[in-house]
Design a protein around this ligand. Structure first.
Ligand SMILES: Nc1ncnc2c1ncn2[C@@H]1O[C@H](COP(=O)(O)OP(=O)(O)O)[C@@H](O)[C@H]1O
Ligand SMILES: [Fe+2]
Length: 192
């Protein structure tokens, strides 16, 4: 699917503000894809569609999580997490995106997961560092992303976990699994 069509489909689903965020993620993802040797078209498509389900009705999302036999523990955590896996499902069903790597990057873009692919990491970091973001610590992640995608993912996850902890919020365990997995691999120098 070309960029114009993808953007048109996604614009209908989002607020203006969220659409601007999406454009920022798209540009950041393309830059990271070039730097870390990921297919640019896949990164672009994943970025454009990553928040496709952001404004879906919560009951519709709950239904999809149940009917599509997605991990049921999602339902016990904050509904902010739902738009990622539900988005991957709807992007395939409604927009006809069929690339499994792209769908998987969308699916795990909020929580991360164990054994993330480079495309998964590119989307995760692009979502975190796009120019519209002003999280505490985002500047450090922007700097790290210039030389190590893995360090950037680890720092973004650490910031997200810390943010949730300081607000007494539960943390969906996939983020811990991803953080542990990547931290251990970096220590073993399996990652660069
Ligand atoms: N492991 C987690 N457990 C609970 N909430 C999380 C977890 N990871 C991220 N979140 C929260 O999910 C929300 C949405 O995240 P994300 O999809 O990355 O951003 P966006 O707002 O651009 O859709 C954020 O508020 C974030 O704090
Ligand atoms: Fe999101």
């Amino acid at each position: 699917m070309n960029r114009e069509k993808a953007l048109r489909l996604v614009k209908e689903q989002l607020t203006e503000r969220r659409y601007v965020h999406t454009i920022g993620v798209m540009e950041a993802a393309i830059e990271l894809a070039e730097r870390y040797g990921v297919d640019k078209d896949k990164a672009e498509l994943a970025a454009i569609f990553h928040d496709y389900a952001k404004f879906r009705d919560k009951e519709e999302m709950r239904r999809i999580i149940i009917d599509q036999k997605m991990p049921q523990d999602l339902l016990q955590f904050h509904d902010e997490l739902w738009h990622a896996p539900v988005g991957a499902y709807l992007v395939e069903k409604e927009a006809g995106v069929s690339d499994d790597e792209v769908l998987e990057a969308i699916r795990c873009h909020t929580s991360g997961k164990i054994n993330m692919s480079t495309l998964d990491k590119v989307l995760y970091v692009a979502d975190y560092i796009e120019p519209g973001r002003d999280f505490p610590g985002v500047e450090q992640v922007r700097e790290s992303a210039k030389s190590s995608l893995d360090i950037a993912v680890i720092q973004a996850m650490k910031n997200t976990i810390t943010y949730l902890l300081t607000r007494n919020q539960p943390v969906y365990p996939d983020t811990f699994h991803a953080y542990n997995d990547m931290t251990m691999k970096v220590k073993e120098r399996k990652l660069t």
